[in-house]
Design a protein around this ligand. Structure first.
Ligand code: HEM
Length: 428
């Protein structure tokens, strides 16, 4: 979706648009969200085409309240608006970490958390750096480089390595995860939306099942995340194969569908704000803030969902027990009630209370890893690249969940002394 700024034209939309993936490839949801924040902060969206109606919350305060209050808003019936009927039971309920509520949520999250300690995350630094250099190397010949396509594989650098997944499968896995969130995008769909989703799930679940079966419980010392999960007892029993497969899927999806878009947004921002990036190059202390501001700016996870467990009054409306409630992170991250000059990208922004990683019990479990990966990407961009110029039209992903680029042609000018050859030599 486009990351636009005011002045916005009139936000023309039909309720069905909010669900439809293709709307986000071409229209301007920022104009729509700004209008909803101002005039309809608790908006009841009724597609009137047989699909179930749902609430749309767009203010930072309401988004945060819903994500924190798991006693009033459950994750057990699914957390994403998608083509699946919202009134259907969720097959991953209570089995997959994102689709559970505390206290069961804690039981599934803790083993994964223990495998993602700051030490385990820090150990990924060198492999990630090598992969970032591999990713940027082909761009340094001065030709046109599609940053969005190149970035798609980037998160496999951390999930693939951490989970011990064979490298020859990484490309297919990143295609399959893209299919699960862009099932209506002509570049990803195979047949219709449901068939695309079915095929992606089928291949990913099969793949993880054979990976899970290839680990023995005695292999925990091998160190990869899958072996550690396989060896762990939760509440006195090992995780079932289904729980292992679903939680591996959640980790892979969480990383793959989000991180690439922050990465390519960083490159686009460098082209748009050369002055700010000169400061970031000179002042290493600004890099942490720059990554946080890029997360706010790009907000790759556009929305999440919950279902109301009781009647809740909000802005004079009643969210009734059982109704689906969507919260829009991309909108919350431009909320003028929280952010000064929300439509300005500012590498010095502090404080920066963005909700790109969510808040509350489901706060992104991969936030530390993603932040490390983005920080390394920014460092390498500063080390290797002098200037970025747009080199053609960008295209946007057709997805109601993920705000992302599909193509981003750019031309990178390497810094003095940096060539593709010096990089290859450095890599040995
Ligand atoms: C820039 C990159 C990322 C962004 C913007 C992002 C965003 C989010 C958000 C907003 C949530 C909250 C969902 C909710 O409240 O229902 C979340 C949860 C989650 N993320 Fe991420 N994520 C990123 C990277 C990652 C990575 C690298 C991983 C894997 C290592 C990951 C795995 C997960 C998982 C498993 C959850 C569910 C946590 C739970 O239910 O307790 N994410 N992410």
């Amino acid at each position: 979706m486009r990351l636009t700024r005011p002045p916005f034209g009139p936000a023309e939309f039909k309720d069905a648009d909010l669900l439809d993936s293709t709307y986000y490839a071409s229209a301007d949801p920022h104009a729509l969200w700004a209008r909803l924040r101002e005039h309809d902060p608790a908006y009841y969206c009724d597609p009137a085409d047989g699909r179930e109606a749902f609430w749309v919350l767009t203010r930072h305060e309401d988004v945060s309240m819903v994500l924190r209050d798991y006693e009033s808003f459950t994750s057990r019936r699914g957390t994403m608006l998608c083509i699946i009927d919202l009134s259907m039971p969720d097959f991953a309920s209570d089995e997959m970490m994102p689709d559970t509520d505390p206290p069961r949520h804690r039981m599934l999250r803790e083993p994964v958390n223990r495998a993602l300690t700051p030490r385990a995350v820090a150990a990924q630094e060198e492999p990630i750096r090598a992969i970032v250099r591999d990713l940027l190397r082909p761009a340094l010949d001065g030709g046109v480089f599609d940053m969005a396509q190149a970035a798609l594989l980037f998160p496999m650098a951390f999930t693939g390595t951490l989970m011990g997944l064979p490298r020859e499968n990484w490309r297919r896995m990143s295609e399959l995860t893209a299919m699960t969130i862009a099932y209506d995008d002509p570049d990803y769909s195979v047949g219709d939306s449901k068939a695309t989703l079915r095929q992606a799930h089928h291949e990913l679940f099969d793949f993880f099942l054979s990976e899970v079966r290839s680990r023995r419980r005695s292999d925990a010392d091998g160190g990869d995340l899958l072996s550690i999960l396989r060896a762990m007892d939760v509440d006195g029993a090992p995780l079932t194969e289904q729980q292992l497969v679903l939680n591996c899927y959640a980790l892979l999806l969480g990383a793959n569908v989000t991180t690439p878009h922050v990465t390519s947004t960083l490159v686009a921002l460098m082209a748009e704000h050369p002055g700010q990036f000169r400061r970031v190059r000179e002042d290493v202390g600004l890099r942490r803030l720059c990554v946080q501001e890029t997360l706010r700016w790009s907000s790759p996870a556009s929305h999440f969902m919950r279902y109301a467990l009781r009647d809740v009054q909000l802005h004079g409306r009643t969210l009734r027990e059982g109704e689906p409630v969507s919260v829009w992170l991309g909108s919350a991250n431009r909320d003028e009630r929280v952010f000064d000059r929300p439509y300005e990208f500012d590498v010095t922004r502090q404080p920066n209370k963005h909700v790109a990683f969510g808040v509350g019990p489901h706060y992104c479990i991969g936030a530390g890893l993603a932040t490390l990966g983005l920080r390394i990407f920014l460092d390498e961009l500063m080390n290797l690249v002098e200037r970025v110029e747009p080199a053609g039209e960008v295209t946007h992903l057709a997805s109601n969940l993920v705000a992302g680029y599909k193509n981003m042609p750019v031309r990178l000018t390497p810094r003095a002394g940096v060539t593709e050859r010096t990089l290859s030599e450095a890599a040995g």
